[in-house]
Write a new protein. Sequence first.
Length: 214
Amino acid sequence: MSIQNKFKIGNTPLQSVPGLNKAFGIPANIEVLVKDESANEFGTFKDRRNLTVAEQLGHWKATHYIGPTSGNEGYSRGKIFQRALPNKTVVNLVSKDISPTIRQKLEEVSTVLDVDFCKPDFGFFDVASILGVDWKNICEGFDLLHDQFNNVHGYTKLVEEIINQVTPYCIIHPVGTGELLWYTSYRAPKDMNVIGVTVDKASPYAMLRSLEDL
């Protein structure tokens, strides 16, 4: 049985929100739809990627899966692994100044390690030493995916769900590290506009991709 069937992730509702037209000065004859990713089981679009990763990790011997988080991805990761792969340990790497409330939620579903993300040489050996495990038993996302295309079903299904229901002029979404924007651009039809909305702290790569798509 696929672990996909153990979760209510994907096929989230596409809802009309007329109030956004007025809020952003969009003409009334243009319909604005919102893909409600909070309807995923753990409340985030990152449930999609984490479910894909968990399904792949089930075929690996590694006992620990590590990944950085500021909150929602790490919580989603921990909850999915708890149910789908209870024999694997999720290790969430967080900044030392993370909110105590977020830390507490992460500790409910995973092992949490404080990391100085500015330290360039922090890696598997450091995590293994802290955890007291063989570094060969630790893996992270890019070990599983090998390249970005191998995780295509994590996020691009989101785009497929949209274009199977409507034919949008453009898809607009927020940008963090640029991962979702990359996958959206990859999967969206070539004649469809993909616009990433950035904030000051967005990564240079994400901001560059956003500008290119504009």
